[in-house]
Design a protein around this ligand. Structure first.
Ligand SMILES: Cc1ncc(COP(=O)(O)O)c(C=O)c1O
Length: 440
């Protein structure tokens, strides 16, 4: 039976007791319903899109409620906990920063901010020698969009347009929303009125190639300052066709157009490379990071060459909480953990096995599975009947496997890169059981 997110009626669940999963109540747990209801009383409905579980603790790849239920987490929260939830070394780094009694600094100098910036420059491609820190992925993208416009305006007054990809996601501020989302006005504003154009998904059914797509939208280089794209789109988890990307980079270089790769979701080891754009063998002008960068506290970053990052004057590009010392300590330790535990390589290796397992799953349900794509631990399964996606997620939740609801006919498999191999494939087995039952 489907369980709508606004419906908090507990649905009976078979008890589950395995090494990793424990389900001992109906779902949602009857004891949690009042708390969730009260939360919803004070929050707008926009916040009510996730499965009705009351999170009590999250550790490694396990999420627990206060009532004895425990899930294998295939969500990483929302593709955040790359090193796992509450990694002990991450907790220790955060605690050490708290104990140092420096938990806020604005743009005043701190050693921990310098260490993180230096580290980000070290993992970025050669020549990208400046980084600025913010709190959210949206802010990082907003900054990148502004830098690209400043760069274009230096060349000509009309060279301020931005090109992006339809139905991508770059965040919730106005510029980020104009760049992302499906075609159509944003908050009543038409994209074209603000020199923002979208191209169809490269490799998707509506794309005929980079030049053809530009032409079909009437986009001319003299009006374009920059292109922003998710290196791997979060909703399809596919790589764009290699010739498309090659051509896009060539065109941008020829017309002095900057390219920002949004790595907020797909970066920091998620796809089996430190940055997902490495799959194409190309180097963008700006990289934006967030989410897995700290695997926990709010940290985001824009990385690029000095000539571009310095386009903003002193005091013209900063943020009150950007580079907060506690957040910076978390991000720095997160990058240390990724290196120490070789999580980029692990993501690539486990991803190969995950891809094969999903291929077997899709083969069992050819009629229902439209596609399944991914690299590393960044996979999605898309269904022909969009109504079924969230039902499958809820079915999995009632069996101790946690994913988030997408409302768009697909579910995502994006566990912590540290997930125990047996737990990952136990969870995939559960998805298989739920699909067998629902789709038989
Ligand atoms: C690709 C991408 N860019 C930007 C963002 C926005 O990040 P935040 O929610 O931290 O503002 C997200 C968040 O989901 C994302 O997936």
């Amino acid at each position: 039976m489907a369980l709508h997110v606004s419906d908090l009626t507990p649905v009976e669940a078979e008890p589950v007791h395995t090494r990793f999963r424990r389900i001992v109540t109906s779902i949602p747990a009857p004891q949690s319903v009042e708390e969730i209801r009260r939360l919803r009383e004070f929050e707008p409905q926009s916040m009510a899109g996730m499965p009705p579980i009351l999170w009590d603790s999250a550790e490694g790849f396990l999420v627990r409620d206060p009532y004895g239920n425990q899930w294998i987490d295939l969500s990483s929260g929302i593709v955040v906990a790359n090193v796992g939830h509450a990694h002990p070394d991450l907790l220790a780094a955060i605690r050490a920063q708290l104990d140092a009694k420096l938990i806020f600094s604005y743009a005043f100098a701190t050693k921990v901010r310098r260490e993180l910036l230096q580290r980000l420059v070290a993992i970025a491609p050669h020549g990208m020698n400046k980084t600025i820190l913010f709190s959210s992925g949206t802010e990082a993208n907003e900054c990148a969009l502004s830098l690209m416009r400043k760069h274009g305006l230096q060349q000509a007054p009309a060279k301020l347009g931005i090109v992006s990809i339809e139905s991508s996601y770059h965040g919730r501020t106005l510029s980020a929303k104009l760049a992302g989302g499906p075609p159509g006005p944003i908050d009543g504003i038409s994209r074209e009125s603000l020199s923002q154009w979208q191209l169809p998904l490269p490799g998707g059914p509506d794309s005929r190639g980079f030049d053809e797509d530009l032409a079909s939208r009437g986009i001319v280089p003299k009006a374009v300052a920059g292109i922003i794209l998710e290196s791997m789109p979060g909703w399809t988890t596919t790589l764009y066709p290699q010739p498309y990307m090659q051509r896009l980079m060539q065109w941008a270089a020829a017309h002095n157009v900057l390219v920002t790769m949004d790595e907020v979701q797909c970066g920091i080891g998620r796809t089996g490379r430190m940055f997902a754009f490495e799959h194409y063998g190309v180097v963008p002008d700006l990289i934006t990071c967030g989410k897995g960068l700290s695997s926990s506290l709010p940290v985001s970053a824009v990385i690029g060459r000095e000539a571009i990052l310095n386009l903003a004057s002193p005091g013209d590009m900063s943020s009150t909480f950007g580079g907060n010392p506690v957040c910076a300590a978390a991000a720095l330790e997160c990058l240390n953990i990724i290196e120490r535990e070789k999580l980029v390589e692990r993501s690539a290796r486990l991803g190969e096995e995950l891809g094969a397992a999903l291929e077997r799953l899709a083969a069992r349900h050819r009629v229902h599975v439209k596609s399944h794509n991914g690299r590393g631990l960044f996979y999605s399964v898309h269904l022909n009947n969009p109504a079924i996606g969230d039902e499958i997620v809820m079915g999995c939740i009632r069996r101790g496997v946690l994913m988030f609801l997408t409302g768009r006919g697909f579910f995502k498999i994006v566990p912590p890169l540290t997930i125990d191999r047996d737990a990952l494939f136990e969870a995939i087995g559960v998805i298989g059981e739920v699909m067998d039952e629902r789709l038989k």
